[in-house]
Write a protein of this length. Structure first.
Ligand SMILES: Cc1ncc(COP(=O)(O)O)c(C=O)c1O
Length: 386
């Protein structure tokens, strides 16, 4: 490892993967690539309440700098209101405003971990954890989720992953890309482990159907130290606003909040205009969310329709979120499927290993893809696999 005197937090010798290289070449050739990986809601053809959003950002008090490390009161009250609408009481005093969910992870890792400590993360899941942890000199240990028609936490494997250096357990509820929610019975067992919990609920508002066995949120007071993370990027489809939050509860949560305040005070990273706009942005987000739900539902129905007849492609069951996973024949590696689809059919999908699927061969598609692109892309995928 030649870091030339720079920190080893950064992956200095990372090279673009073959799919990225091929995509760059396709784009340079002006190919019309059907992108079935679009996860940026501001690029996916939704109609945003533009007036409301832009007006909200022009609050007269945005001309004044009066920082509050935990977040401006109107912003913390807006978060409280967001949970109230979901039937959950979250006092503004339990809320810390951050610039994103990613920053919220960084804050909680700084709060709980010394260099070399460990955090448990689900597998498969969102690939940013490795980087977020590396930036804090923290080690990631994966605990597996297993699929048998539905996704479950593998508890023996989870217990085996706990060491004296374990400082937190990350739950992604619902998980990305599996779209699986945490179940009540799973939460009971996790709570007994006595490990502080980080619950990433950025996709919590995107469930395809209700389910009473599910944990909707861990934002209400818990018996174990718990940090719920969410923000505007997914629930309101507004990643560019850069506003997220942490809701703390459980033993010593007040001390935890003091620590988070100390961390936040070091950076004071959240802009005043977006904090003042939060009540309006959350309201506007409702409209965006409804459009996203309509799109993801329609694409899922389309997918099931196209695959209804006997097919070599199997759709993994998905309860919520923005992604869906296809299991494809192992005649090729999933990377080769993705490369072939892009090279020959101009269709871009993600291979499962981007999310650390334990076995082959899985492809991940974004349900947010505009439906005409989604349909055509799927038809080409099916034609290739058949
Ligand atoms: C599970 C999960 N958590 C967090 C994030 C990042 O959210 P933010 O934009 O608030 O940092 C993402 C983005 O894809 C995600 O999939």
């Amino acid at each position: 490892m030649h870091s030339h005197g720079f920190s080893s937090r950064i992956a200095w010798d990372s090279r673009p993967n073959p799919l990225t290289v091929l995509l760059a070449w396709k784009r340079s050739e002006n190919a019309r690539v059907l992108d079935l990986t679009e996860s940026n809601p501001t690029r996916a053809g939704f109609s945003y309440p533009q007036e409301q959003i832009l007006t909200a950002l022009a609050h007269p008090q945005a001309l004044r700098y009066h920082p509050e490390p935990r977040g401006l009161t109107p912003a913390r009250e807006a978060v409280s209101q967001y949970y109230k609408q979901r039937g959950v009481e979250v006092e503004p005093a339990r809320v810390i405003i951050t610039a994103s969910t990613s920053e919220a992870y960084a804050y909680v890792f700084k709060l709980l971990c010394n260099p070399g400590d460990e955090v448990l993360v689900p597998c498969p899941s969102y690939p940013l954890f490795d980087h977020l942890a590396a930036m804090e000199s923290v080690r990631v240990k994966q605990y597996p989720l297993r699929y048998d028609g539905a996704w479950h936490i593998d508890f023996p494997a989870l217990a085996a992953a706990i060491t004296p250096r374990t400082r937190a357990l990350v739950i992604v509820n619902p998980n990305n890309p599996t779209g699986s929610f945490l179940k009540r019975e799973e939460w009971t067992r996790i709570g007994e482990l006595g490990v502080p919990i980080i619950s990433d609920e950025v996709f919590a508002d995107f469930a395809f159907a209700p389910d009473a066995t599910r944990v909707a949120t861990l934002a209400e007071p818990q018996n174990v130290l718990t940090f719920v993370l969410s923000g505007l990027s997914k629930i309101a489809g507004l990643p560019q606003m850069k506003l997220g939050w942490i809701v703390a509860s459980g033993p010593h949560h007040e001390k935890a909040l003091d620590g988070l305040e100390w961390i936040a005070d070091t950076f004071l990273s959240v802009g005043t205009p977006v904090q003042l706009a939060l009540p309006q942005l959350l309201q506007a987000g409702g409209e965006v969310r409804a459009q996203i739900m309509e799109r993801t539902r329609a694409n899922l129905a389309l997918l099931h329709g196209l695959l209804a007849v006997s097919s070599p492609v199997h759709v993994l069951s998905v309860e919520g979120g923005w992604n869906v996973t296809l299991q494809v024949p192992r005649t090729l590696s999933e990377e080769q499927w993705a490369l072939d689809l892009l090279a020959h059919d101009d269709v871009l999908v993600q291979p499962g290993f981007f999310y650390d699927f334990e076995s082959e061969a899985f492809l991940v598609l974004s349900l947010m893809t505009p439906s005409d692109v989604f349909r055509e892309g799927l038809q080409r995928i099916l034609a290739r696999i058949r």
